[in-house]
Write a protein that binds this ligand. Structure first.
Ligand code: FES
Length: 172
């Protein structure tokens, strides 16, 4: 479904998901921390939604937009911009290797290839035990540590094959 289709959908069709009572209480609490009627709480609300639903599907994004009275396109833009937000289900560890310029100049392609062979999956795939998902990502704004990657919320830089072994083996 394209973004255009989402934004022009019949708004009488409500998302079939909703926060649990506990998450709804956290949502209400977050709203009290920001100026009313603004988009300011969107980031913490999206983190809450990811915690609650596992990832931010289009349906979840639509639900959040409705809850916060925001255009779906606004929510989608924020979700798309931040690499911490998952648009699809991932394994327990989401390995995102930066393939932007600085990281490319410092050998990220070899790192991606090494991780792919080590985990036995291609970019975009998840290991059969659902432990690791491998993706590539645009600049993670830590170019000085190139080549680098992000695993869940942690950054790892100055990657070499030996360093990748050390990092991934510690997660196994
Ligand atoms: S180019 Fe890789 S972190 Fe910026």
């Amino acid at each position: 479904m394209s973004l255009l289709q989402i934004s022009t959908e019949d708004k009488s069709v409500k998302p079939s998901i909703s926060f649990s009572p506990e998450a709804k209480a956290k949502f209400e609490k977050i709203l009290t921390l920001y100026p009313p009627g603004t988009q300011a709480p969107l980031l913490p609300v999206l983190h809450l939604a990811q915690e609650e639903f596992g990832y931010l599907s289009l349906e979840v994004q639509e639900y959040i937009a409705e809850l916060m009275n925001l255009p779906v396109t606004t929510v989608h833009e924020v979700v798309s911009f931040y690499t911490l937000f998952k648009k699809e289900p991932t394994g327990k560890y989401w390995v995102q290797v930066c393939t932007n310029l600085s990281c490319t100049l410092r050998g990220c392609e070899k790192i991606v290839d090494y991780i792919s062979r080590k985990l036995g999956i291609q970019v975009g795939e998840t290991t059969p035990d659902k432990k690791f998902t491998l993706t590539t990502v645009e600049c993670l704004c830590a170019c000085e540590m190139a080549p680098m990657m992000q695993i869940n919320e942690d950054y790892y830089g100055y990657l070499t094959e030996a360093r990748v072994d050390e990092i991934l083996d510690n997660l196994k």
